[in-house]
Design a protein around this ligand. Structure first.
Ligand code: ARG
Length: 250
């Protein structure tokens, strides 16, 4: 009796450390997708509505896979941790594929390609060389942070919980530059009407969905669904809607 109880407890604990396989997700009828909800135009709130290119793409992927979606929003820095705690099935939040992250999670095929751009007030730094001695704002836990830290002679790097906070610091004159996504930057520069400028790209990256390590059945389904959307016009339509161009990796 005691040993049965023990075995059940061990099984329950083991079970809770396992990510849901594709078959389990499919039979539950609902896939749980996590994102940040503060990274326009990729994932953000319009009032109470979660929207953006990645949210629409996530919904389209689920439709393609024949399941409903439950969205979960988390601060960017917590997203991969929650994934490894099996709090959701995958993450779509503009994560660049990096060797460091690949140690912790698996990535799908990339769902877009982009780069980290230097943005400043007009007259401010535009190149990596210009960042010498300057103060740069970036979102915490991002590839922007690690790439700005690599710039020789950079002054200080200030991290912010949200990318939009880093942008606000630039607008308020509290930093000399913000490094962020080149497509987000296009929108911000446009909205600021002549006050900001987009300079050089510091680096390029491939953005993909993060899946729990070794959850191969799910990764495979996501890749198949993504290529279906890439060939049936759904991806192209969404990309055009949000960026007026096709952002898929070439
Ligand atoms: N692409 C950058 C990275 O890989 C930034 C991602 C930020 N995403 C977000 N939802 N705030 O780190």
């Amino acid at each position: 009796m005691k040993s049965t109880l023990f075995a059940l407890t061990v099984l329950a604990l083991l079970g809770s450390t396992q990510a849901r396989t594709w078959d389990e997700i499919k039979s539950s009828g609902t896939i749980k997708i996590a994102t940040e909800g503060a990274f326009p135009p990729f994932n953000y709130f319009e009032g109470k509505k979660l929207t953006g290119f990645e949210v629409d793409l996530g919904n389209a992927l689920a439709k393609q896979l024949g399941v409903k979606v439950e969205w979960i929003t988390q601060p960017f820095d917590n997203l991969l941790i929650g994934l490894n705690q099996n709090r959701y099935d995958f993450v779509i939040a503009s994560h660049g594929i990096t060797p460091e992250r690949q140690k912790a999670v698996d990535f799908s095929n990339p769902h877009y390609c982009t780069g980290g751009a230097i943005v400043s007030r007009v007259g401010g730094p535009k190149t990596a060389a210009d960042l010498k001695g300057k103060t740069v704002a970036v979102q915490v836990g991002t590839t922007y942070l690690e790439n700005v830290q690599k710039v020789a002679g950079v002054g200080s790097v200030k991290t912010f919980p949200k990318d939009t906070d880093a942008q606000a610091a630039l607008m308020a004159g509290r930093v000399d530059a913000w490094v962020g996504d080149k497509f987000s930057a296009l929108d911000v520069v446009k909205a600021q009407k002549g006050k900001l400028q987009q300079g050089d790209l510091l680096f390029q990256e491939k953005i993909a969905m993060a899946v729990k390590k070794n959850n191969t059945t799910l990764t495979k389904q996501l890749n198949t669904a993504l290529s279906a959307l890439e060939s049936n016009g759904v991806y192209a339509k969404l990309s055009k809607q949000y960026f007026a161009q096709d952002v898929r990796c070439k």
